[in-house]
Design a protein around this ligand. Structure first.
Ligand SMILES: [Zn+2]
Length: 335
């Protein structure tokens, strides 16, 4: 069975969320000031001759595959200045996802607010209690993932047995409030997209050296949409720095690359960058390979299992699906 750990879903019209809001909040989200800012925000990734892009196909759960469903519209709250509105929007979006994107073969990811860790922990527990959630997405802000700021969220994730999902919203390096990209502020949308994997590398270094796994040894983190072929050089670097300076981080008691193999996961998109297998395959142990999972990134021009097989091979595809089943729940592997 196909197990897709990076399937996106979107609310077609903002008014679809209104049944999940109070009357006052509906009025807030209908104001021109808010709608105009959203239109601008949704056109940040691609510069084209047309200002508006076609709506992607709506997500409908299918019995042919298991999907971890990411409501990506929620991720962009990392660029929102109105933090109260962000909570309201996410609460409505998460409830909508439970009603429309959860099925026997799909589980929506709960999107939490990077502006309010306590509210986020409550939201995780609320959603986990109904058994429909498949993970917890934390949008990225300048506070790095190893910070104790996130402890309430990590405590709720481990308590609920849900993986933390890290996926860029696309406003990183562009909007004030979202995480910065390496080196400085890039003016080009294409430069920013090229550099998105840096967010994953930065987060791995922070989680490792700031002791997040010493505090939460059961925490599982899925890096989604960043690719994985950059892992071998990063693993070499973090192990090397740890061996040299481990006295500075006594809470890191084993080579960090071992934590990557026990607490982190990575989706395959974009698989095209993995074509030169000899460049990355020897740098990954079997334990690291078991942490790679199929992620289509659909409907955003994503990869299909056939495309994965074209770049890698049939054994890899089988292995990726088995790995995904291990991540999202053992019962999926038995289907
Ligand atoms: Zn994606």
């Amino acid at each position: 069975m196909i197990v897709d750990c990076d399937r996106h879903a979107a609310v077609h019209r903002y008014t679809d969320l209104f049944p999940y809001m109070t009357h006052d909040w509906r009025r807030h989200f209908e104001r021109d000031e808010w709608l105009s800012s959203v239109n601008l925000g949704l056109n940040h990734v691609r510069v084209a001759e047309q200002f508006r892009h076609d709506e992607p196909e709506p997500y409908v759960p299918s019995g042919d595959e298991f999907a971890l469903v990411l409501p990506h519209q929620g991720l962009a709250v990392n660029g929102w200045a109105d933090r109260v509105a962000a909570r309201t929007f996410l609460a409505a979006l998460n409830s909508y996802g439970e009603d429309h994107w959860a099925s026997g073969t799909s589980r929506p990811v709960v999107v939490v607010s990077p502006h309010d860790a306590q509210w986020s922990a409550t939201e995780i527990r609320r959603s986990a209690a109904n058994g429909k959630a498949g993970g917890v997405a934390l949008p990225l802000v300048p506070e790095t993932l190893g910070s104790r700021t996130w402890d309430p969220i990590y405590a709720a994730c481990t308590e609920a047995g849900l993986p933390l999902v890290i996926h860029y919203s696309g406003v990183e390096g562009n909007y004030l409030g979202a995480a910065a990209l390496s080196g400085g502020a890039h003016g080009s949308a294409f430069a920013r997209l090229t550099l998105m994997p840096h967010l994953a590398e930065s987060s791995i270094a922070s989680l490792t050296f700031e002791g997040a796994f010493a505090r939460f040894p059961e925490l599982q983190v899925l890096f989604s949409g960043f690719g994985f072929t950059w892992l071998p050089s990063l693993l070499w670097r973090i192990d090397r720095e740890w061996r040299t300076f481990r006295h500075d981080v006594p809470w890191v008691t084993s080579p960090p690359s071992e934590r990557v193999a026990t607490n982190m996961w990575f989706t395959t998109y974009p698989i095209a960058e993995a074509a030169a297998r000899s460049e990355w395959e020897p740098g990954l142990t079997d334990a690291h390979r078991r942490r790679l999972v199929f992620g289509s990134h659909a409907p955003f021009g994503g990869d299909t299992p056939a495309e994965i097989q074209g770049v890698l091979d049939e054994d890899w595809v089988r292995g990726l699906m088995a790995n995904g089943a291990a991540l999202v729940g053992a019962e999926v592997g038995a289907r």
